[in-house]
Design a protein around this ligand. Structure first.
Ligand code: FAD
Length: 410
């Protein structure tokens, strides 16, 4: 079959689905991208914009079992689990803890390193190709710690960065101030990864991908997919909220890239993924962009500070609370208070809160590729804390897997 004869549906126009739809269309497939919402309004809207291929350490690291209970009891901790959700979270948490065994951590790190490889250069090229080169900023990432003891807690992660070829420089307080003069007294040790980069408006980046996709003849459909089923002729049929005739809704291939909601589509098919939402928050100050000039990570608090196009964004928190509970404004308020304590020049600036659902697998490794035993069904799910970074290589992997070397550029 010629690529143009191949009808593909991509479900979910977050950064992952949009990047996949664009890559498939560039290779000649006839692609429909379906989202119930405006493209880029899901988790991809409010992330911290960091392109972090050096982050090869999974979230569950050895020692998590001893540190997690203490963190969960600490109201200020970056990790939060609302008590009413505990029973629902237990099966996922058990897998999470199991994946912290050293041998499994090493395997996850190797898989993540392979997925991250070359991502920064590819994003730079894509931003340029989409006509939004200003969204890509390569000024490095600066990770901050109060002292050597705090740094030592992350030593394994830094060793892994070196192992996978991401060098960094250690800085003292003067070195930190030379790069970022507004950083408060608390931080005295810096780790600078010079080659890392930032997307300074993740929402606009997704929208540019979708514009590039439709400009090449891709079809964007505003609709909710309620279910999907294989047809006898080997194609797939989508049941959607919008009234669309059957032929319109049948596809040779379907890619599920519905972020944290993907299980709702996959469970009924017997494709069971250990996917859980890790709810993350940000506060965005109206102004304050000049507070930092690059991605700055308050590493002891797992908080990312980003000079976004529209103001200073301060993102973080892992809240395991499911898809249904409303956002908890207290989590965002903690981010805001820490930002104000760290950067004195935020006084008087208003901040807006946001919460999004990170789609997370217990071992931090996303599931990318054909679904076993379900010809025509593809998965691009579970990108966790690094979906922006990994969208580009995920898209390449799905496009090559589906279309191989026969592809053309329309
Ligand atoms: C606070 C925070 C900071 C982060 N910082 C970074 C960072 O610095 N760097 C990084 O690389 N990553 C970061 N991430 C992670 C990154 O944002 C996510 O991994 C990524 O956005 C996931 O993209 P996605 O396309 O899989 O999901 P989403 O963006 O959530 O997209 C899924 C889409 O599917 C649609 N959908 C779902 N179900 C259906 C259905 N049935 N029918 C139709 N449409 C449907 C939704 O409407 C949505 O648009 C951060 C996340 C958070 C929360």
């Amino acid at each position: 079959m010629r690529p143009a004869d191949l009808r593909v549906a991509v479900i979910g126009a977050g950064v992952v689905g949009s990047c996949i739809a664009l890559a498939l269309r560039k290779r000649g497939a006839t692609v429909t991208l379906v989202d119930r919402d405006e493209p880029g309004r899901g988790c991809s809207y409010g992330n911290s914009g960091a392109l972090s291929p050096g982050s090869v350490a999974p979230l569950a690291m050895p020692g998590i079992l001893s540190s997690a209970p203490r963190m969960l009891l600490d109201e200020e901790s970056p990790l939060h689990l609302p008590l009413p959700y505990l029973a629902k979270a237990v099966p996922w948490l058990m897998r999470f803890v199991a994946s912290a065994q050293p041998s499994r951590v090493a395997l996850s790190a190797a898989k993540l390193a392979a997925l991250h490889a070359g991502a920064i250069d590819r994003h730079e090229a894509l931003a340029r190709e989409l006509g939004v080169p200003e969204l890509f900023v390569r000024r490095g990432h600066l990770h901050l710690y109060p002292d050597a003891r705090a740094l030592a807690k992350d030593a394994a992660g830094w060793r892994m960065r070196l192992h996978y070829g991401y060098p960094f420089t250690q800085l003292d307080r003067d070195g930190i101030l030379a790069l970022e003069p507004h950083v408060g007294e608390r931080y005295r040790v810096g780790m600078f990864i010079a080659d890392h980069a930032t997307i300074v408006n993740p929402f606009r980046y997704v929208q540019a991908m979708v514009r590039g996709f439709t400009a090449r003849g891709g079809r964007l459909r505003h609709d909710e997919v309620r279910a999907m089923a294989p047809l006898e002729d080997g194609r797939w049929c989508l049941a959607t909220a919008g009234a669309v005739d059957g032929a319109e809704n049948s596809f040779d291939h379907v890619v599920v890239a519905a972020g944290a909601w993907s299980r709702r589509l996959l469970d009924p098919l017997g494709v069971h993924l250990a996917l859980e939402s890790q709810r993350g928050y940000h506060v965005q100050f109206q102004g304050g962009r000049g507070t930092v000039s690059r991605t700055v990570v308050l590493a002891d608090r797992k908080i990312f500070v980003t000079p976004m196009e529209e103001g200073l964004r301060v993102g973080g928190t892992v809240e395991i609370g499911g898809l249904e509970r409303p956002p908890d404004p207290r989590r965002a308020a903690i981010l805001e208070r820490i930002a104000r304590e760290t950067f004195a020049n935020l006084d008087g600036l208003k901040a807006k809160q946001w919460m999004g659902h990170r789609p997370c697998m217990p071992d931090s490794v996303p599931v990318i590729g054909p679904a076993a035993g379900r010809p025509g069904l593809w998965l691009a799910v579970g990108h966790g804390h690094l979906g922006l970074t990994d969208s580009i290589n995920t898209a390449q992997s799905i496009a090559s897997g589906m279309l191989g070397a026969r592809s053309i550029t329309p």
